[in-house]
Design a protein around this ligand. Structure first.
Ligand code: ZN
Length: 357
């Protein structure tokens, strides 16, 4: 089967900036040169039909304090548990965040007009019309922001338009979910007082609040406070894959009620019914997740999240050039072009436009 894609695709979450930032991940690759390393670069994005996405800044643990650990997973009889990662210092988080923001600015400048860091609905509209690659600046965890929120104002001015309150670790605002399978996302306390202020300020400024990696109590705190559509950029259905990172039916119902969006996470650990980190995961499993999310949320509240450059992808997808295979599989299972367009970019554009005002 050859992959034919005629649809533009927007993705809700990627860690490409981290892959470019960490030599041990990206091997020094450039965003502009086609590579076999990682999942996204501009030539591969164009080939896969990706028109843009939310670009995360994730601050890895400070190597001076806490070496990167990739093997802290504890196997259990039915799955695994990973101890909650410790928090990180604000000064260190700001320093790394600045470097990664600079690398995104450099990409925009060096792209000769091919890439734009999108800040407004107008920017996004122009990108879609003129086939300019749209990058939205996102923080995956608010560690670089002080509890007084001065840095939020400054980062907003510098282009921040989407914010994950936490990654899977605690910070001044909330508590992330530790990774675990099978396990409920209800793993700890909700937002702090500073976290509630962060939600109010983000609403006022028109910053997307990403609920992926937040624990369940934090999710409900945001759901009760926020006046924006609820967004989980890269999470799946807990009923099909009971990891802490996925959303229960009640959470999905709340996202639907807010006319928000869930971006399908392609991470195999969050797709597979056994929760295992095995790339040998058929596209059919992704289609079943989309079916479930669409059934629960409606066709208007589901998109693609991917987690490219941040997780193990199903082998058949491989990288961003594999997106047309998913589109084709969805088409073969009965989605027509009108519904596919909603999934591939229109729902994301609606939620971004509603939130940015
Ligand atoms: Zn993530």
């Amino acid at each position: 089967m050859t992959a034919i894609n005629t649809l533009p695709i927007f993705i809700g979450h990627n860690d490409t900036l981290l892959s470019l930032y960490l030599p041990e991940r990206g091997e020094g690759r450039s965003f502009f040169t086609r590579s076999d390393t990682g999942h996204i670069d501009l030539p591969r994005a164009r080939e896969g039909g990706m028109i843009g996405g939310i670009f995360a800044i994730f601050v890895p643990p400070d190597p001076l304090i806490q070496p990167m650990r990739r093997d802290d997973m504890i196997k259990t009889d039915t799955g695994y548990e990973v101890p909650l990662a410790p928090g990180i210092e604000q000064a260190y988080a700001q320093q790394v965040t600045m470097s990664m923001m600079a690398s995104l600015s450099n990409i925009e400048r060096e792209s000769d007009g091919q890439v734009k860091v999108v800040r407004t609905v107008d920017d996004l509209t122009i990108c879609l019309r003129e086939d300019i690659f749209a990058a939205i600046l996102h923080f995956e965890g608010a560690e670089a922001i002080d509890p007084g929120l001065d840095a939020l104002e400054v980062f907003y001015q510098a282009g921040l338009r989407s914010l994950g309150i936490v990654w899977s670790r605690p910070n001044a605002f909330a508590h992330g979910v530790p990774f675990g399978f099978p396990r409920s996302p209800d793993t700890g306390p909700g937002l702090t007082a500073a976290g509630r202020e962060l939600v109010r300020a983000s609403n006022r400024m028109g910053i997307i609040l990403d609920l992926s990696h937040l624990n369940e109590q934090g999710f409900w705190d945001v759901a009760n406070l926020s006046d924006a559509p609820l967004v989980a950029t890269h999470s799946n259905a807990h009923t099909l894959c009971p990891t802490t990172r996925n959303l229960t039916d009640k959470q999905l119902d709340a996202i639907k009620a807010s006319k928000g969006i869930v971006g399908l996470n392609f991470a195999v650990t969050d797709l597979r019914s056994d929760g295992w980190n095995d790339a040998d995961t058929p596209i059919e499993v992704m289609v079943r997740h989309i079916d479930y999310l669409v059934e629960r949320l409606s066709i208007d509240c589901v998109g693609f999240g991917t987690d490219f450059d941040g997780a193990t992808m199903p082998q058949e997808i491989g990288d961003v050039t594999g997106l047309p295979k998913l589109i084709n599989a969805l088409r073969e299972s009965g989605y027509d072009d009108i519904t596919l367009r909603k999934l591939s970019y229109e729902n994301w554009v609606r939620v971004l436009s509603k939130t940015w005002k």
